[in-house]
Structure formats: structure tokens, C-alpha cells
Design a protein around this ligand. Structure first.
Ligand code: NAP
Length: 484
């Protein structure tokens, strides 16, 4: 199968940090169909050779094991091409069209890795240039809009230009091996399904913690914030993977129908829940991993008076028969104590205690997303300490580390997703109605913040966020997983 992958924004941060390394890994693993072209597009005036040299220089920043040897890069580079285009100029699309017509590939992927303000222009111009035939697939990066209205407007334009089955909306969390294993765990084994409900589960926590700050993306982040950047997409997609009903089959629409039902079942916000169940924070100067770091307002590109949140914690419920009354806690932030993304499913304790056991530590399934990728089942057992007292139990864990079990050369998230686009598999991509439903649900939070004089609560960089976050969860007699 021949393919052309057009990378709009081919010299940008996403292209060289994530997409090129992922494409190279696919090439190295022999999974990228042979004879394909990867065509970088930007306004720079580069020859194919200059573009190859630029990409080669950028691989210096990639971790050693994933860096190509000279010989490997030479073979990979043969796929790389460059086309100078200004995406806002309709006449430039004719040159793209003639480049693609040179060989009429079976599949043409248009990966839009540019500023979101160009998304609709690119879709419209591709359609006007006739570059929306059935063999064309378009990949859109987040964020798709900054609220429900702008998301709808983008989706409307995309709909006019492409059929939904041609549109691949990326949420790279869905490409993570541990998220796919969550689907495998839930729907490939009968063990958990009978337990996966309100009668047996006490609460669920989803944490996506970053120790990094805004890096070089301060100006972008200041317009976005943690709710739009992480909760509306990644955290809600993880919540869907945990909360959805078993789909009738593994086809994309069967899976996406079930995720959509979860989003529609999220409890609507009220004035009371908005004030009690949502906490926003912003980091101040502190220390992360032993290094002093500036506060958010001192970061380059950030307004010194900024009210943008770098942390969100919230509580919600899925209002259906399976989950009614079970709290789902979502939390994400920058400059937190460690880089740690995980889902913790806490089961109810044994109904009648005949053993002595420490509180809280066991009865949990932990799905680790980063930095490790794996599953832990926390149980109670008789360990070394129990020689003199058989009635006393200690916490133990069954640990499945995917890197150790399957090797660290497994397919990374972007590699998986790029191959899925080339192969036309939509399972791990987000449908427009899912996305709109997610925006509909977060919008009351954005509205409430507009009229909230208090602004985000400060937290010291290198901690787990504002104390109000722990207070929120403590009101139900619970604590965040790192404190358990
Ligand atoms: P970036 O570093 O600013 O790169 C933008 C790219 O677009 C450059 O190659 C730029 O090249 C090109 N470009 C800009 N205007 C253009 C125009 N009129 N015509 C042709 N090319 C143009 O941005 P980025 O960080 O890679 O982000 C790209 C997209 O991915 C954004 O939507 C972002 O939100 C999303 N995203 C990024 C990350 C990340 O880690 N970076 C993560 C998730 C999502 P020239 O200026 O030379 O034209």
C-alpha cells in the first residue's frame, strides 16, 4: 500500500519532538508501509535536503535508544520531502495538489500540526483544491476550539469538507499502551466485569500530574489553561474508558457510541457543585526535583496578572445504573510533585472484618499511564510480619509492568496513532459528537470562573496542588492516592 503523509507544520515543535520520532520508530520496526512519502510543509524556504538535515539535527534531542544510526537515518530520510506553503494562501494548495498527483498514493494523510487558528482554513482549502477524495484522511490535533461554540464551528467546517470517517481527531492518551490495555482488561477478561459497578467500587481517581511547567509554550498555555488543555480531552477520555459499557464489538463507532453515553451521563453542574466540587490552582515559585523553579506568572509569554489555571481537581458522577453515587475524581496540573499519570479504582472493603488490616492501602486496582506503564492490583495477604499473628494482614501487590513484560520497544502512543491513521482505523480517535459533549460539560465551569472574583488558588511548585484539593476529597472521608 502506498501512502503520502503531508505534515502541515512540518518544522514545528510537535513535528520534531513527537511525530518524526514516532514515524522513525515505525520505520525501524518495519511497520511503516514501504515507499511512502512524508512531506513536511511550512513557510520556510527549504530544499528536500535541507529539510532532511534539519530533521537529522533534531534527532539529537531524542533519547539514545530511539535515535537512528547514520545508516538508518539515510534510509528513513529517503522518505522525507519538503514543500513550502503558506497555508493561508489558496494558490499554494495547487502546488500541493500537483505534488500529490505525481504518484496518486493509495492513502493520503493530511496531518494538521499547526496553530488551531489555521484548522478551518486548511480544511476549506484542501476541499476547494479537490484534496478531500475518499483516500484522503485528515488528522486534527488538539485543541479543537476553546469552547463549545468554537468547537462546533470547526466541526461544521470539517463536515463540509470531509466525511466523518475521514477525520482523525487525536487524543494521544488513547494511543498509550496502558489505555489500550484498560480496554483489554475490561472487555477481554470476564473477571472484572461483575465487580465493575457501584455495589463494589467506592471511588475512582484519575490523576494526570506533570512536574514540568509551561516550558516554551507560555503564551499558548496562558490562553488555554489546564481545564481546556487536559480535562476536556485527556481526563474525560480516560473517564470514558473506565466508565463505558462493553461495546457490542470492537469497531470504532461501537466504542465511540459507548463513550458518548458516558459523557451524556455526567452529572450536570449546579451552582453548589461548581463551588464545592471544582478547585483551580496556579503554581507559585518553588522547587521541583531539587531545582528552584519560577512561579507561573514569571514564565516567559505569561501575563504577570494571569488568572489562568495550571491545576484543576474536580469531582463528578456518572448518573446511570452502573455508577450512580460513585465519585469520580479528576485531577491534573503542572509543576506538581512528580510526573505521574494513573487511574486508581478503589473497591469497597470486605463487608465483615475477621482479620486485622491497615486501612485504605489495599482493595485497589491501579492503572499506571506514566512514567511507568502497567497495572497493579493491591490486595491484603499474610506476609513476613505475620509469623506470630495469623489474624493480621499486610498490603501486597500484583504488579504487571508492561515494559518488563513485553519489552520497552513497544509501540508508543504517537506511533500507534500514526499507523492507525495510515491503516484507516478510527477506534482510538475522537468523534465530533464526543468532543462537543465534552465541551458542553466543561463550559459551565469556564462560565463560573469568568464571574469568580477569587481566581485560581496558589500552590507552591513541587507540591500536589492547593490544599483545597485535598479538602474537597477529604469531605467524603477520602484522600488522594499518593496519600493512601
Ligand atoms: P509550533 O512549534 O508553533 O509550529 C507551528 C508550525 O506551523 C511550524 O512548522 C510553522 O512553520 C508552521 N506554520 C505556521 N503558520 C503557517 C502558515 N501560515 N503556513 C504554513 N505553515 C505554517 O507549534 P506546535 O507546538 O508544533 O503545535 C502545532 C499544533 O499541535 C498546535 O495545534 C498545538 O496546539 C498542537 N499540539 C502541540 C503539542 C506540542 O507538544 N507541541 C502537543 C499537543 C498538541 P513556519 O512558521 O516556518 O511556517
Amino acid at each position: 500500500m502506498s501512502f503520502d503523509l503531508v505534515l502541515f507544520g512540518g518544522t514545528g515543535d510537535l513535528a520534531w519532538r513527537k511525530l518524526m520520532p514516532a514515524l522513525f520508530q515505525a520505520f525501524r520496526h518495519g511497520t511503516l508501509p514501504e515507499g511512502g512519502r512524508i512531506i513536511g510543509v511550512a513557510r520556510d524556504d527549504l530544499s528536500h535536503e535541507q529539510y532532511r538535515a534539519l530533521i537529522a539535527s533534531r534527532f539529537g534531542g531524542v533519547e539514545l535508544a530511539k535515535r537512528p544510526s547514520e545508516d538508518e537515518f539515510a534510509r528513513f530520510a529517503a522518505m522525507l520531502h519538503f514543500l513550502r506553503m503558506d497555508l493561508s494562501r489558496p494558490e499554494d494548495y495547487a502546488r500541493l495538489s500537483s505534488m500529490l498527483n505525481e504518484r496518486q498514493a493509495d492513502t493520503v494523510v493530511m496531518y494538521v500540526a499547526t496553530a488551531p487558528s489555521l484548522f478551518t482554513t486548511v480544511c476549506e482549502q484542501l476541499a476547494s483544491a479537490g484534496l478531500n477524495q475518499p483516500q484522503v484522511r485528515i488528522v486534527l490535533e488538539k485543541p479543537l476550539g476553546h469552547d463549545l461554540a468554537s468547537n462546533r464551528a470547526i466541526n461544521e467546517t470539517v463536515r463540509h469538507s470531509f466525511q466523518e470517517k475521514q477525520v482523525f481527531r487525536i487524543d494521544h492518551y488513547l494511543g498509550k499502551p496502558s489505555v489500550q490495555n484498560l480496554f483489554a482488561l475490561r472487555f477481554g477478561n470476564a473477571l472484572f466485569e461483575p465487580l465493575w459497578r457501584r455495589e463494589n467500587i467506592s471511588n475512582i481517581q484519575i490523576t494526570i500530574a506533570e512536574d514540568l511547567g509551561v516550558e516554551k509554550r507560555g503564551a499558548f498555555y496562558d490562553q488555554t489553561g489546564a481545564l481546556r488543555d487536559m480535562v476536556q480531552n485527556h481526563a474525560l477520555q480516560l473517564l470514558c474508558a473506565i466508565g463505558m459499557e462493553p461495546p457490542i464489538n470492537a469497531h470504532a463507532d461501537a466504542i465511540r457510541d459507548e463513550k458518548l453515553k458516558v459523557l451524556r451521563s455526567l452529572k450536570p453542574w449546579t451552582a453548589e457543585t461548581l463551588s464545592q466540587h471544582v478547585v483551580r490552582g496556579q503554581y507559585t515559585a518553588g522547587g521541583v526535583n531539587g531545582t528552584a523553579v519560577p512561579g507561573y506568572r514569571e514564565e516567559s509569554g505569561v501575563d504577570p496578572q494571569s488568572r489562568t489555571e495550571t491545576f484543576v481537581a474536580l469531582r463528578t458522577e456518572i448518573a446511570n445504573w452502573r455508577w450512580a453515587g460513585v465519585p469520580f475524581y479528576l485531577r491534573t496540573g503542572k509543576r506538581l510533585a512528580s510526573r505521574d499519570a494513573r487511574i486508581v479504582v478503589t473497591f469497597r472493603p470486605a463487608p465483615h472484618a475477621i482479620f486485622k488490616a491497615p486501612m485504605g492501602a489495599a482493595n485497589r486496582l491501579v492503572i499506571n499511564l506514566q512514567p511507568r506503564d502497567g497495572l497493579e492490583l493491591h490486595l491484603l495477604a499474610q506476609g513476613q510480619d505475620n509469623r506470630r499473628n495469623a489474624q493480621s494482614l499486610s498490603p501486597v501487590q500484583l504488579d504487571l509492568d508492561f515494559d518488563r513484560r513485553f519489552g520497552s520497544e513497544r509501540v508508543g502512543a504517537y506511533e500507534r496513532l500514526l499507523l492507525d491513521v495510515i491503516d484507516g482505523r478510527l477506534n482510538l480517535f475522537v468523534r465530533s459528537d464526543e468532543q462537543e459533549e465534552a465541551w458542553r460539560w466543561v463550559e459551565p465551569i469556564l462560565d463560573a470562573w469568568k464571574s469568580d472574583a477569587q481566581g485560581p488558588r496558589p500552590y507552591v511548585a513541587g507540591t500536589w496542588g492547593p490544599s483545597a484539593s485535598s479538602a474537597m476529597i477529604a469531605r467524603e472521608g477520602l484522600c488522594w492516592s499518593e496519600e493512601a
